[in-house]
Ligand binder design. Structure first.
Ligand SMILES: [Zn+2]
Length: 125
């Protein structure tokens, strides 16, 4: 049974290709991030100070998202420098872990892929 894959284009130009949430165009991670990013942008337009949304740091792209969100929150004056510095150190550690191979980026687990497909979308029988 074919399934939709995430339409998110990563910063390296490749499609995410994780299984999309049923009825959606994006995987759970990118759908959640987009929903949060839209909610934060709408709150800023209303003059509110929504603060910072940090995605789970499951791969280097998530760290990039978090850095971008940190920059936006700092630029909007929504978090103090001390807190931003702590978050920045955590993000640096996460980035170093990926760079040094201490942690491999998360891959979709077979259970998250359509039941009749294994990793890489190959049929499993
Ligand atoms: Zn995705």
């Amino acid at each position: 049974m074919p399934y939709q894959t995430c339409r998110h284009v990563k910063e390296d130009g490749h499609l995410c290709q994780s299984p999309a949430v049923r009825g959606e165009h994006f995987c759970h991670f990118h759908q959640s991030h987009r929903t949060a990013a839209i909610a934060i942008a709408q709150a800023r337009v209303r003059g509110e100070h929504p603060g910072l949304y940090l995605p789970p740091l499951k791969d280097p792209w998530a760290v990039q998202y978090a850095l971008s969100d940190l920059l936006n929150a700092l630029g909007a004056g929504e978090i103090d420098h001390k807190r931003a510095n702590i978050i920045l150190r955590v993000l640096r550690t996460a980035s170093d872990n990926f760079k040094n191979g201490n942690i491999q980026p998360a891959r979709p687990r077979p259970a998250l892929i359509a039941p009749d497909r294994g990793p890489g979308g190959k049929h499993v029988h």
